[in-house]
Design a protein around this ligand. Structure first.
Ligand SMILES: Cc1ncc(COP(=O)(O)O)c(C=O)c1O
Length: 366
């Protein structure tokens, strides 16, 4: 067959192990999945109530323009519906952007390590991937700017960055945006936006009017707790959205997902509760790290990348045997660290207890 040479040797995304698989393998009754930065509180109870009482006609295609969801999100954000594009998760928007702009002969600039889908999609399209190492867990925007040349089509910024959790400083961001050539698309992925508590963070929404080459990505998968419904959205100037819309599948969000997003957006008290509980969990884990002299990155997300002072894969495996699934730093490009999703109080306490035991067993002086 005539496969694109670009997909030769590509590995399929390795999701964290499922709860069921770990339960079966280790004969455990309770598993805490703290590997994929999902919301430990689920989603708004209003979504559950809505789903219990509403009936849907599943034989009909969804509204391809997502009219109701578009107007709810538009109103909530104060952003015109014509400046919004919806995807089957922000994952799909990353692929739509890549299909639209990347090809052999062009390059794309991103941080390293960062969210893996930017590089994967770029490779599928045959573009050159230029990775700029992070500095102290955040983007080195000065060096990223250096890497931009006439062939650069897209720059990916992840703020807060996955896997470090560090948010990009606002003054550095605006200075960067001021200098990026207008014909280069800057994608600012804010998947964890709702969790940001950093007082220096400035809401970036007004930037889409200031910078016509900027696209901001956000998602309903994280703080909204709707990962299984697969809805992410992009915000940008109208000409950018108009270019991307034809590349989007006509029915890429479903009847159910459109309906539940509209309900979830109306319940901001749920988001406030999640942010505030997340903050408490974050402080607990940070306190543990500080007390035991384990380095961690200051996170503005619902996960923490923390040092374990031994092989991350061993810590990952031992924690899994005890019912806690985390992400090994080895697969994230940060050996010697694990990334753990901040869970409920009970989960965080349990995780720290088990981690202490694992590290002691491994001879780590804590
Ligand atoms: C930085 C970042 N961007 C995008 C995504 C994809 O989110 P989704 O496709 O569920 O909207 C994730 C998921 O982990 C992420 O961490």
């Amino acid at each position: 067959m005539k496969w694109k040479k670009e997909i030769e040797g590509l590995k399929a995304y390795q999701p964290g192990k499922s709860i069921e698989a770990v339960q079966k393998e280790f004969g455990l009754s309770t598993i805490h999945k703290l590997a994929s930065n999902e919301n430990p509180y689920g989603c708004s109870p209003k979504v559950q109530e809505f789903l219990a009482k509403e009936a849907f006609n599943f034989a009909l295609y969804p509204d391809g323009a997502a009219t109701d969801m578009r107007s709810t999100v538009s109103e909530h954000l104060g952003v015109s519906g014509r400046k919004l594009i919806f995807g089957n998760g922000s994952d799909e928007l990353i692929s739509i952007i890549s299909r639209s702009l990347l090809r052999p002969g062009v390059n794309t600039v991103m941080a390293k390590p960062t969210f893996s889908q930017y590089a994967l999609n770029a490779r599928i399209e045959g573009a050159e991937v230029r990775e700029v190492p992070l500095k102290d867990g955040t983007h080195d925007l000065v060096e990223m700017l250096e890497q931009i040349d006439h062939e650069t089509a897209v720059v990916w910024l992840c703020s807060p960055n996955n896997p470090t959790g560090v948010v990009i400083d606002d003054s550095a961001l605006s200075a960067f945006l001021d200098k990026v050539p207008q014909n280069v698309l800057v994608v600012l992925d804010e998947a964890y936006f709702e969790y940001i508590t950093n007082p220096t963070y400035r809401n970036t929404l007004s930037y889409i009017d200031e910078y016509p080459n900027l696209l901001i990505l956000r998602t309903f998968s994280k703080a909204y707790g709707l990962a299984s419904f697969r809805v992410g959205y992009g915000m940008a100037s109208e000409p950018i959205i108009a270019k991307l819309e034809p590349v989007r599948g006509p029915f890429n969000t479903t009847v159910l997902s459109q309906a539940v997003v509209s309900v979830a957006v109306e319940d901001q008290s749920f988001i406030d509760m999640c942010r505030s509980e997340n903050e408490k969990g974050k402080q607990l884990i940070e306190k543990f790290c500080t007390a035991h002299n384990l380095h961690f990155y200051p996170s503005d997300t619902n996960f923490i990348l923390m040092e374990v002072k031994t092989d991350s894969d061993i810590v990952f495996q031992k924690l899994m045997e005890k019912g806690y699934i985390v992400r090994s730093g080895n697969v994230l490009g940060v050996p010697g660290y694990v990334r753990v999703t901040i869970g409920t109080r009970e989960q965080n306490e349990g995780f720290l207890r088990q981690l202490s035991d694992v590290l002691k067993d491994q001879g780590v002086a804590i």
